[in-house]
Design a protein around this ligand. Structure first.
Ligand SMILES: N[C@@H](CCC(=O)N[C@@H](CS)C(=O)NCC(=O)O)C(=O)O
Length: 221
């Protein structure tokens, strides 16, 4: 059986969970308390990060490397366009959400409000929260601009770029940190992706220290 070492509110794990589910690849989820840096965990991934996918007896780390591997190994349904320009745009946007949105928004909001408490790392820093709340507006506006021109973030079909974005936003939606009233097109895009069967397991996630926002699992939010 395939196994994914993950954490419920880890956006990088969610990106991989969405790809696996969309491709109907069965996987057993194993919750990893990665901040405890257990020996077994570091043996599985010396980089000390989740997600880690165990598949066909092999251990694989790094969400983007995993998603690209899954795409090559299980090309249907396709989560990457066929043309090089389209593939470039997907990769650019995946990097945008992983390397820019994540540190500017997710780390500052979810990191302060939830992860610090979960990991016993003290109290939330209000300056970081303010910065995260300001940055998410810029990102929603950028997504609005993209979606004003395209059906999905990278073009006319749903791709890994949409999963990278939805993975980050869904973690923030769990703690009610997304102002869906800021953009109708972003809200419509999220409603569309949220209603996919692949999203179901994410909407059932719960963490012990905090219940999800009331609307979190609601498809008509
Ligand atoms: N580039 C990595 C980033 C993964 C990552 O940062 N995961 C977080 C949890 S969301 C983690 O394991 N952090 C532990 C650490 O950085 O020490 C990927 O895409 O998988």
């Amino acid at each position: 059986m395939n196994r994914l070492y993950h954490s419920p509110l880890s956006p990088f794990s969610r990106k991989v969970r969405l790809s696996l589910a969309e491709k109907k690849i069965e996987v057993e989820l194993f919750e990893e308390r990665y901040w405890e840096r257990g020996q077994e965990f570091l043996r599985r991934n010396p980089a000390g990060k989740i997600p880690i996918l165990k598949m066909d007896g092999r251990l694989m780390a790094d969400s983007t490397a995993i998603c690209e591997y899954l795409e090559e190994k299980y090309p249907n349904p396709a989560l990457m366009p066929a043309d090089p320009e389209g593939r470039f745009e997907v990769r650019r946007l995946v990097a945008w959400f992983d390397d820019k949105f994540h540190p500017e928004v997710t780390v500052k909001l979810l990191g302060e409000r939830v992860n610090k408490r979960l990991m016993n790392q003290g109290y939330p820093d209000s300056i970081n929260i303010k910065e995260g709340a300001k940055a998410i507006k810029f990102h929603i506006d950028y997504m609005t601009w993209l979606l004003d021109h395209r059906r999905w973030l990278a073009g006319d079909s749903m791709t890994l770029a949409d999963f990278a974005a939805a993975a980050q936003l869904s973690c923030l939606d769990y703690i009610s940190d997304v102002d869906w009233n800021r953009s109708e097109v972003v809200k419509d895009w999220y409603a569309k992706i949220k209603s996919r069967p692949a999203f179901r397991s994410l909407l059932a996630d719960q963490i012990s220290i905090r219940a999800p926002a009331d609307h979190y699992a609601d498809l008509d939010f």
